[in-house]
Write a protein that binds this ligand. Structure first.
Ligand SMILES: [Zn+2]
Length: 240
């Protein structure tokens, strides 16, 4: 296939589906601030990020925004909904610029119906996303902000492919962790004093990823283990 995908789902496609996908995929830029999906709107496009980061967030009537998922090369935006109600109930917005393959939702549905490998890859992606969401609920209840922030920074760096310098505001990080912006500021300054990270205008640099690993809550290892189990297990029995 001409496109050399780093996206975890596209990597799982068998050659026949990859060729069909390739004819309908367009590589597009993800620009910081771009809104890919709005609550209540029909899903018209499915996105498979190669680099960059998209947050899937909910907003209440008071205007509070809480991020429910972060999507980079590990997943897709709109893929679940395109085959379900065909509507979005969250806002998907680009936080870290990058590139993504996009495909029309109708074309995606055709390929989904035709390809056991694509269905298997998406079912595993849903399974992992659900597990991460459940783990996140437990994490919020029992783990402190520093350990959650350490884990989240490492996940952002990995999923976005951005390397150690993240173009990310503290406000966005607060939405990802579901805490006040001032809490993030206090925790970030603690990590900065310890030379683990460095922050300046809209940027967070990971100076010592190995120390962030040690500071991360146990959810990091738990999620890594479940990810390897879900993606490492044999899928042949599902393709009959
Ligand atoms: Zn945790």
């Amino acid at each position: 296939m001409a496109f050399s995908a780093t996206n975890l789902i596209l990597q799982k496609l068998e050659p026949v589906t990859a060729e069909r996908f390739e004819a309908r995929l367009v590589l597009d830029q993800l620009v910081r601030g771009d809104i890919l999906q709005e609550p209540g709107r029909e899903i018209e496009t499915v996105w498979f990020p190669e680099t960059g980061l998209v947050t899937i967030a909910s907003e209440n009537v008071a205007g509070d925004i809480v991020c429910g998922a972060i999507v980079g090369a590990n997943g897709a935006c709109g893929a679940f909904e395109a085959c379900g109600s065909r509507r979005s109930y969250s806002r998907a917005s680009v936080q870290i610029p990058g590139q993504a393959w996009r495909i029309r939702a109708a074309a995606y549905r055709e390929l989904f119906d035709a390809s056991p490998a694509l269905r298997d890859a998406m079912h595993r992606n849903v399974e992992l996303a659900l597990f991460e969401a459940r783990q996140c609920i437990a994490c919020n209840a029992i783990h402190d902000v520093e350990s959650r922030m350490s884990r989240t920074l490492l996940e952002i760096a990995e999923r976005s492919g951005a390397g150690p310098v993240l173009q990310l505001t503290q406000e966005t990080l607060a939405q990802m962790l579901g805490v006040q912006r001032t809490t993030i500021a206090v925790t970030a300054s603690q990590l900065q004093r310890a030379n683990v990270i460095r922050t300046w205008r809209g940027t967070i640099e990971l100076l010592a990823p190995d120390r962030l690993e040690r500071l991360s809550c146990a959810c990091r290892q738990t999620i890594a283990y479940v990810r390897s189990e879900i993606y490492g297990s044999d899928s042949s029995s599902c393709e009959a």
